[in-house]
Design a protein. Structure first.
Length: 604
């Protein structure tokens, strides 16, 4: 993905209550009961994208600049026109938008009391999105203003604990959340002591960190405000959508240029960077949900407390082959462990295979993405394997996030499928237009036995390929239920050629849903294996998106052909050799998958 490129391209990506004393704000995304008339027989008011009613201003609300108006008009027009999600009313969209904005802006503890959250919901939740398409942003900016004010109050209060002789603190200390801010300060100091910092070093670190955060907060521009609103608005459509600011794209370009990482994908964490998942080529000792909390440099510990995710990534990255020493908070034990990790190149175009020495007619093929021209690479590998006498292949698609749709629909043809392999639905609800997409016939298709290994992180294009192979009886699917990403997404910049400068970012959004030839959707359901293996789930308990739900459409009649083998017979043979009551390691999964492929080859 080229984040700075303004052109449009289509691909499938792999892309999920306060109390009076401080606690994390409850931001569950659920429509309110106000969607129903309050009194029997009452008429529910009509909601459209008109001018919302005047709302109370929270603090010094920033001015609605031309940049804010232009950016939001472009964003709302794009998603309203092109996204497949159709909201029943602007009220429902407003509710999702409000929930996402509160989740993003008040994710830190100690910024809202229960009463304040309730008041915000009552005042803003049902019509926050009204008027956005016309550049009416006063209510949204008012919420941003409140968030910034609270963050500033919290930081000033903490800083003044180190400067008791400075300005009086009564206006902040009197705030009902000040006890929580005091506890946060103590927690930060105790955490740094756990990392090995002495008392004075810890005090200096948090003081400087709070000062830096306060300075950053005070440098907020109208473009920063738009970026924050845009992120909440796109997430209102579904958790699969994302907005990348122009600043983010530039940071990504700088960090990625000539530097290499650990093969890990991170999420933000208050203490540093949490491992979201590991790429297939990663040799890192870190596990999912482990948190990098400090970098060690020449014996000096550099805490990552309060660092922005982009800054953490820049610290982790470096020249290929170099090492970085990281201090890690282990997810399973809450222990601090130090690892020396080697930086490696991220090789997206990775396809490899090996012939099983003890069974020279069986080969293991592995690839972790499907980039441009990948189908040609796989076809060449299959031809080479057939020339060596291979007639049974195991395809390992664990952690494969898919790739180009053009490549995906080509793959089934390499295994003799020339019929429709998926259904693509464009449009909204009743206006859906369904298109059947067929595989391209290969000159020398592989017609031997095929076993496909999936895990929870097998997604999108991988699922389309596996579904086609399963629906036409060309492969047995083993492993774990796949991710469940049954959408096609598009990436488009909000900037225009005539803009004086590129101040707006880009949106990744859903333009279509994909279905099996049986009519069953892949979204939120995934591919269920014929033989399930007890595997580690790299993404943990992944919540279902309540907006892009599973559904089904009319099947292509007479197309699906079940695999002509006795699955129970296969499972019985497997259980007679292996104990499947305990979770297997990745190496054990591969060994067992090879055994399954050999058993399958001997059937029929």
């Amino acid at each position: 993905m080229h984040l700075g490129f303004p052109a449009v391209f289509v691909t499938i990506f792999l892309v999920a209550c306060a109390t009076n004393t401080p606690s994390k704000v409850d931001v569950a995304v659920t429509p309110s009961n106000s969607e129903q008339p309050a009194v029997a027989g009452a008429t529910k008011p009509e909601y459209d994208d008109s001018v919302p009613q005047a709302k109370p201003i929270l603090g010094d609300s920033p001015a609605v600049t031309q940049n804010l108006k232009t950016g939001m008009k472009r964003l709302t027009a794009l998603l309203s026109r092109s996204h497949i999600q159709a909201f029943d009313s602007q009220r429902l969209l407003s509710q999702y938008y409000f929930d996402q904005l509160i989740a993003l802006e008040f994710s830190q503890q100690c910024l809202l009391s229960a009463e304040e959250l309730s008041a915000l919901r009552q005042t803003y939740r049902d019509d926050l999105a009204l008027g956005l398409a016309k550049g009416l942003l006063d209510s949204s900016l008012s919420i941003l203003s409140l968030a910034d004010e609270r963050k500033q109050q919290s930081l000033v209060y903490k800083i003044q604990q180190f400067e008791p002789e400075q300005a009086p603190v009564s206006q902040h200390a009197a705030h009902e959340l000040s006890a929580c801010w005091q506890q946060q300060l103590q927690d930060d100091l105790q955490w740094l002591a756990r990392l090995g910092l002495d008392t004075e070093s810890a005090r200096q670190f948090v003081y400087k960190r709070y000062q830096l955060q306060l300075d950053t907060l005070e440098q907020n521009t109208d473009i920063h405000q738009f970026d924050r609103l845009a992120q909440a608005y796109v997430k209102a459509y579904s958790n699969s959508e994302s907005y990348h600011s122009a600043e983010y794209k530039e940071q990504y370009r700088k960090v990625s240029n000539g530097t290499y990482g650990l093969g890990l994908v991170f999420d933000s964490d208050t203490k540093g960077a949490k491992v979201k998942y590991k790429r297939g080529h990663s040799n890192s000792a870190l596990k999912v949900d482990d948190v990098i909390v400090a970098i060690e440099d020449n014996g000096r510990v550099i805490p990552l407390l309060g660092e922005e995710l982009a800054s953490v990534v820049s610290l982790v990255k470096g020249p290929e082959g170099s090492t970085v020493k990281v201090m890690v908070l282990k997810a399973n034990s809450n222990e601090l462990v130090t690892y020396t990790e080697q930086r490696i190149a991220f090789k997206r175009e990775m396809l490899g295979y090996k012939i099983i020495k003890s069974h020279p007619k069986t080969a293991l093929i592995h690839f972790e993405s499907m980039p441009k021209d990948f189908a040609k690479e796989l076809e060449a590998a299959l031809i080479e394997l057939q020339a060596k006498g291979v007639d049974n292949v195991l395809i390992d698609l664990r952690n494969n996030g898919g790739g180009s749709l053009t490549e995906v629909i080509t793959l089934p043809g390499l295994f003799g499928i020339t019929e429709p392999v998926l259904l693509v639905a464009h449009g909204k609800d009743s206006q859906l237009e369904v298109e059947a997409m067929s595989a391209k016939p290969a000159a020398n298709p592989f017609l031997g036995k095929v076993t496909i290994l999936l895990n929870q992180a097998s997604a999108a294009g991988t699922e389309i390929f596996a579904a086609a192979m399963q629906d036409y009886g060309r492969a047995i699917i083993i492993g774990d239920t796949s991710f469940g990403r049954g959408t096609i997404q598009q990436y488009r910049s909000l900037s225009r050629l005539y803009d004086v400068e590129e101040v707006f970012g880009a949106v990744q959004y859903t333009i279509a849903k994909v279905y099996r030839i049986t009519g069953e959707g892949l979204q939120n359901r995934g591919i269920r294996p014929d033989v399930e293996l007890p595997m580690v789930r790299p993404l943990g308990d992944k919540p279902l998106d309540p907006r892009l739900k599973w559904d089904q459409i009319e099947a292509l009649q007479g197309r699906s052909r079940a695999l002509q083998i006795d699955i129970k017979q296969l499972q019985t043979k497997l259980k007679s050799h292996y104990d499947l009551t305990e979770t297997l390691t990745e190496q054990q999964v591969e060994q067992l998958a090879v055994e399954l492929a050999l058993i399958y080859a001997d059937l029929n």
